[in-house]
Design a protein. Structure first.
Lengths: 562, 184
């Protein structure tokens, strides 16, 4: 039992005077008034196995932090929940009511009394192992990684092989960090290419640094993410994703050093669906890649829009910006002129980014315009600014660069609309990519690889003249770049500029005589010019190197003859 | 022998406790960093489970390595009365925290320098005068806002000034971290 301190004694007297009038009220106690709030809103993370730093499980825990709890609830730092309330309704919303926040303060003002034991609700119980039950497949990082004690945040990618012997469909994935206090958030992508595995093998350390996912992709239009305090999503058979044998999970961890070296070896549990999904969602990524924020700019804004060609339901939404981001807002302009709020984070915090699942899918008819509006502060007043003093910041994947993306997971109302939606969105996406590569070139005009990539995007969006300029620049900066030279040759041939095509393809072969793509395309181009005899040795060389291509060559020549 | 001394001292302590509470070391002996004759004395208020003070452990170790050889006494002050000597021993080992320990279970030191947060620090001059109180550096600007790197090394600057016999400027800054709760 606690001693009655002077402060408490005074508080008790004050409480008695306060309640003497018309509304007799018993003093606020932990057992009756505070424990229900703490058990429901704090203890899921603030417990020994939880992701938060200390436990808030009983009276002693809570009085030791009472003033801090009052402060962080009043400032709404805790429980952590970034989206503006009511502007979109999401699964797992956290937060206290104004009344609950006042109750905590009143309890402190009245002397932090424990109250009657009979008032104390039972302490909640938590799953100690997998929250979704026993998984069908458990996989883990092959070796533990040790996070250094000090320094800035670490973004590191780990390759987790997912051993299945036949195609499986995954309805849910549960991530167990196994050292939850160092992981702020985790994002998982699927790598069917083996590229991440090869990158990981380049050095002895487990995993590799960075925020780029490389060749890895989202899981058939599903977000696989984890943040502190997030309850795993049980998923459904009708929206499962395909897992082929020999696929890796690429796990990107955002980790915060804690002051001592911390080992981590995370695990994932996979839950199989009965069979292939009935429906497939699409990921629509709005955003700007031409972000270019002057040093010191305190209110830099970006905007992007996309008009939906088909009816969709929005399942999940994921705003993304880095440390300069201050506000992220997304809404839909419906065809009838009404505005439908999707998500609004008025005080963007990179550390608390998450994908948010709508409680009810949001129906948006064809003709709706999706709008995203983000703000950035690149002044010295933004304490999260990675640069001191501030520097010009452009689009890029590093955490000191900036991004502005909004990804929506949508399900077309009619499953048959999916290809149309994807085609239409691809055109918009490509323009966005072009903006991004133009920015990269502006930053480094001699980057021949980026000139080549930009050329390919111009070709894909039907702008051959712009593509030719970029091919020329790529070759000017690296004349030995034979892949670019061959692609240039193909593009010229398609544009009926056969003589110039032949020149470049021959030049490619002069620089790399055994380059099979150059032989093939030169052979075809010469045939198109009616110089079959000259073409034959090149096509023979293709077949010598790749006998399997003989049939393809024959088919192509037949097309030409027609 | 080792057992009897603490008991005698404890009795002595109990007898004088009524008039003047003191901070204790990990064996229960009273300690008073204010009586140090070092050119500068640093009090570092920490808690075993405060994530922000823990995150500063490598910074504290680096400051110790730099300033201890120049004649600075380092004290780790644990103001939470619920933290046992064993928990503190474990904490120091786990985070590699250097310096002497003062368990400030009665908040003698907390009150004397006006500390309210962990991590918070106070720099004392050779006569026990408080020269600086506040943050270690400006890495945190709020609980949810941290710079990638600190831009002002307030404690290092205060120590440099104190060792040169000058008054640190500023002499008070606001520390960000876990509140030191009032004694119940």
């Amino acid at each position: 039992m606690k001693k009655i301190t002077v402060r408490r004694f005074l508080a008790l007297i004050a409480a008695c005077f306060g309640c003497s009038a018309d509304e007799p009220r018993e003093p606020t106690t932990f057992n009756r008034d505070i424990a229900p709030i703490v058990f429901e809103h704090c203890a899921a993370c603030h417990r020994p196995e939880g992701s938060a730093p200390f436990s808030l499980l009983d009276y002693v825990d809570v009085i030791a932090r009472a003033e801090q709890i009052a402060f962080v609830t009043q400032t709404r730092y805790m429980p952590p929940w970034k989206p503006k309330r009511g502007y979109g309704h999401f699964v797992g919303e956290r937060g206290l009511t104004d009344e609950q926040i006042k109750t905590i303060q009143r309890w402190i003002d009245e002397g932090e009394q424990e109250g009657a034991a009979a008032d104390l609700p039972p302490r909640p119980q938590w799953e100690t192992d997998w929250e979704l039950g026993p998984p069908d497949l458990v996989a883990s990082m092959s070796v533990a990684y040790t996070l250094r004690a000090d320094g800035p945040d670490v973004f590191r990618n780990f390759v987790i092989p997912l051993p299945v012997d036949e195609t499986r469909y995954i309805k849910a994935i549960e991530f167990k960090p196994e050292n939850a206090r160092i992981v702020h958030h985790a994002t998982m992508m699927v790598d069917r290419s083996g590229a991440a595995r090869r990158k990981d093998e380049l050095d002895d350390e487990p995993g590799f640094e960075g925020m780029s996912f490389g060749e890895a992709q989202d899981a058939d239009g599903h977000f696989l993410g984890w943040t502190q305090g997030k309850t795993p999503y049980a998923g459904s058979d009708s929206l499962a994703w395909r897992l082929e044998p020999d696929t890796d999970l690429l796990l990107q961890l955002h980790m915060l050093p804690t002051g001592k070296a911390e080992p981590i070896q995370s695990r994932v549990g996979l839950f199989f669906a009965d069979g292939p999904p009935k429906r497939r969602p699409a990921m629509l990524r709005l955003g700007r890649k031409d972000i270019d924020i002057p040093a010191g700019a305190s209110d830099y804004r970006i905007r992007d829009t996309y008009k939906l060609p088909v009816d969709v339901e929005v399942l999940t939404i994921y705003p993304h910006a880095h440390y300069l981001g201050t506000e992220t807002k997304a809404y839909a302009e419906l065809p009838d002129g009404r505005e439908q709020g999707l998500i609004w984070i008025e005080d963007w915090d990179f550390n608390w980014q998450d994908d948010y699942r709508f409680q009810q899918p949001v129906f948006l008819p064809a003709g709706t315009t999706l709008v995203m509006e983000y703000s950035y502060d690149n002044s010295a007043k933004n304490s999260r600014n990675p640069h001191d003093p501030p520097l010009r910041v452009r689009y890029g994947l590093h955490s000191a660069d900036e991004m502005g993306d909004l990804t929506l997971q949508v399900l077309p109302r009619r499953a048959a609309d999916l290809p149309q939606l994807k085609r239409d969105f691809y055109r918009k996406w490509m323009l966005q990519e072009i903006d991004g590569y133009k920015m990269l070139i502006a930053a480094d005009p001699a980057d021949w690889d980026t000139h080549h990539t930009l050329a390919m995007f111009y070709l894909g969006s039907g702008k051959p003249a712009l593509a030719f300029t970029e091919f020329e620049l790529a070759l000017e900066h690296n004349p030995d770049y034979v892949e670019a030279r061959v692609n240039y040759g193909i593009a010229l041939a398609q544009d009926k500029k056969l003589d110039r095509a032949v020149t470049h393809l021959k030049e490619a072969l002069r620089r790399q005589p055994d380059f099979v793509q150059a032989h093939f395309n030169l052979g075809i181009a010469l045939h198109m010019l009616g110089r079959g005899e000259e073409a034959q040795p090149h096509l023979d060389e293709v077949i010598r190197q790749r006998p399997a291509m003989a049939e393809g060559i024959e088919r192509r020549l037949q097309q030409l003859r027609r | 022998m080792r057992k009897t001394i603490p008991i005698i001292l404890l009795l002595a302590l109990l007898s004088c406790r009524a008039d003047r509470p003191k901070a204790l070391d990990l064996d229960g002996y009273p300690v008073d960093p204010f009586t140090s004759d070092a050119q500068a004395t640093v009090l570092l208020f920490v808690q075993t489970d405060c994530p922000i003070s823990n995150r500063y452990a490598p910074t504290i170790a680096a400051l110790h390595e730099r300033f201890a050889p120049q004649g600075t006494d380092f004290w780790l002050v644990y103001p939470d009365p619920n933290e046992t000597p064993d928990a503190i021993r474990h904490h120091r080992e786990e985070y590699g925290l250097p310096g002497q320990v003062a368990r400030d279970t009665q908040h003698v030191l907390v009150r004397r320098v006006g500390a309210s947060t962990t991590p918070e620090t106070a720099v004392l001059g050779p006569h026990g005068n408080v020269l600086y109180r506040g943050r270690i550096d400006d890495r945190y600007t709020a609980l949810d806002k941290a710079r990638p790197q600190a831009s002002k090394q307030d404690l290092a600057d205060a120590l440099t000034a104190a060792l040169a016999g000058q008054s640190p400027d500023p002499s008070v800054t606001r520390a960000i971290g876990c509140f030191i709760s009032d004694l119940q």
